[in-house]
Design a protein around this ligand. Sequence first.
Ligand code: DAH
Length: 350
Amino acid sequence: MNELDALVESAAQGFAQATTPADLENAKAVYLGKSGRITELMKGLAALPVEEKKTRGAIINQAKQAIEAALNARRQALADAELEAQLKAEALDVSLPGRRLGQGGLHPVSLTLERIEGIFGSMGFDVAQGPEIESDWFNFTALNTPEDHPARSMHDTFYVEGGTQAAPNLLRTHTSPMQIRHAVQHVRRYQALLDAGEPMPEIRVIAPGRTYRVDSDATHSPMFHQCEGLWIGANVSFKDLKVVFTDFCRTFFESDDLVLRFRPSFFPFTEPSAEIDIQFPSGPLAGRWLEVAGSGQVHPNVVRNMGLDPEKYIGFAFGMGPDRLTMLRYGVNDLRLFFDGDVRFLSQFQ
Ligand code: DAH
């Protein structure tokens, strides 16, 4: 092997040993740099006679080209290797099975609320919503329950500072405050008709929502749901309440033979008042009376607080517990299951 072939060979080896681009540049300098081996050989040509210069020059040039080719090949190899390493590090395994979206569903109590809204909607009732932090006025006083009224003690709740109409101070203990809130809005809308002595369109509304009391056991939760109902007009009677509520219960429980009982009771905001019990004709609860709502004819004082003349407007109200309706419909015996958030329980209602 001549001297130049040996040089090309050693350059190729030097390049092969370089494992990084920086190593490779150093190796290149040894052969092709300013004082590299090839450069030195070129400089040596100057001292040779013309003919020799030509032949030797051509041979050195060949060697130079061979070295450059080896350098470029190695550069490419290092670049390829780097790219491959990078791809490996960022590997995306397209054969992994995908993560499926968990399928959610409505809470059983939400299903009940939707059902209630659907049934009352079909009977021409609007749906209203109101604040859960309520003022003393709407929760008690406007509902004919003054400050010293013993009925307040049954509604032990969570109070905060404040306590004016503008500064609500308690977590509402029932949805009944919505009777006043909704009626006042309705009356305001039709004030011109009322002022002219014209008949006002009837108030027909339900108001579902969360309510709060200091209570906790298998059938009571500090947060629970209620759904209020209110129907006020010039000529709405207790008979209408019976028809509407009976219809509702039979539709809700899908049982035309369901029996209802209106049992005399007391609420400050209704007179007369009744508790409503139902009895299933068959099934595990057959024959038992189960309480599902409070109700009654709206008290004249309450009608007055709605901004209406109790001599001209009359109607009924009711308040039921959607949690209890859900328990009865699905045969659940512990209310707390609804609020534990256990997916194994909740997923059974989908
Ligand atoms: N607000 C009552 C309660 O929570 C339930 C109730 C009774 C609502 C009679 C009414 C009603 O609208 O007329 O105990």
